[in-house]
Design a protein around this ligand. Structure first.
Ligand SMILES: Nc1ncnc2c1ncn2[C@@H]1O[C@H](COP(=O)(O)OP(=O)(O)OP(=O)(O)O)[C@@H](O)[C@H]1O
Length: 217
């Protein structure tokens, strides 16, 4: 689904060659500062490499209209974005931005239940805890029905039990709907339990602190 060739970005990341498969859940694993978020942001053209080519579905990513690409390859960033308004407003925001029809309250409540978000739809989203905000942002992204989900530490603010329960739900949904996910995680357990492929940054990339082929663990 993605093919990267000889990518250079500042002195942060150099990736000689990388393929990411369609229909899989791929985890990016590596030490802090190894360029995981940078790589993720390249995949929906939020960052453009200085050199090299990224292909998405056999076409250079630079040939896509960025806004259209980002609706198909949707990003859930490390810091959850919360808009002014209620939990409902926040869940529906992605659909609103992409011009898609709204979803009724019962579907929103069913999604919230799966995300272990036991809050009212009319609740002020700014009053939610960090972990709750993260799940509202996750819900918003899931509702968008994208082809590819770029998930940057989507469960970092959650306790282990909630994290596992949400990962169970999300990965089942992604597989059922034949979507693709590329996820950054610091959890070895999450990477091993929920991914089809683990990409170790120290094996695919060179950074100032890092050489290709140094192996992992
Ligand atoms: N726009 C930028 N300009 C300059 N340096 C940047 C920029 N974005 C990221 N960096 C640097 O690039 C390196 C990689 O950052 P990145 O956020 O991709 O790492 P990461 O592996 O996701 O880290 P973490 O696990 O801590 O989130 C870091 O040293 C960071 O400071």
């Amino acid at each position: 689904m993605f093919l990267l060739k000889d990518i250079h970005y500042k002195d942060i990341l150099h990736i000689p060659y990388l393929e990411i498969k369609s229909g899989e859940i791929t985890c990016l694993f590596g030490e802090s500062g190894s360029g995981k978020s940078t790589l993720l942001r390249m995949l929906n053209n939020m960052i453009t490499p200085d050199k090299g080519e990224i292909r998405y579905q056999n076409q250079s990513i630079s040939e896509y209209i960025p806004m259209e690409l980002r609706q198909e390859v949707v990003m859930l960033g490390q810091e959850p974005i919360v808009f002014d308004g209620t939990v409902r407003d926040n869940l529906l925001k992605g659909l609103e931005f992409s011009g898609k029809p709204e979803v009724d309250d019962s579907s929103l409540l069913a999604l919230m239940n799966e995300l272990k978000l036991h809050k009212k739809l009319d609740e002020d989203a700014s009053k939610l805890s960090g972990g709750e905000k993260q799940r509202v942002a996750f819900g918003r992204v899931l509702l968008m029905g994208a082809k590819v989900y770029l998930l940057d530490e989507p469960t970092s603010a959650l306790d282990e039990e909630t994290e596992n329960s949400i990962m169970d739900f999300v990965t089942t949904e992604i597989k059922k709907k034949k979507k693709t996910a590329i996820m950054v995680t610091h959890s070895k357990y999450v990477a091993k339990e929920y991914s089809d492929t683990i990409i170790y940054m120290n094996e695919i990339a060179t950074t100032p602190n890092n050489k290709v082929g140094t192996g992992h663990e």
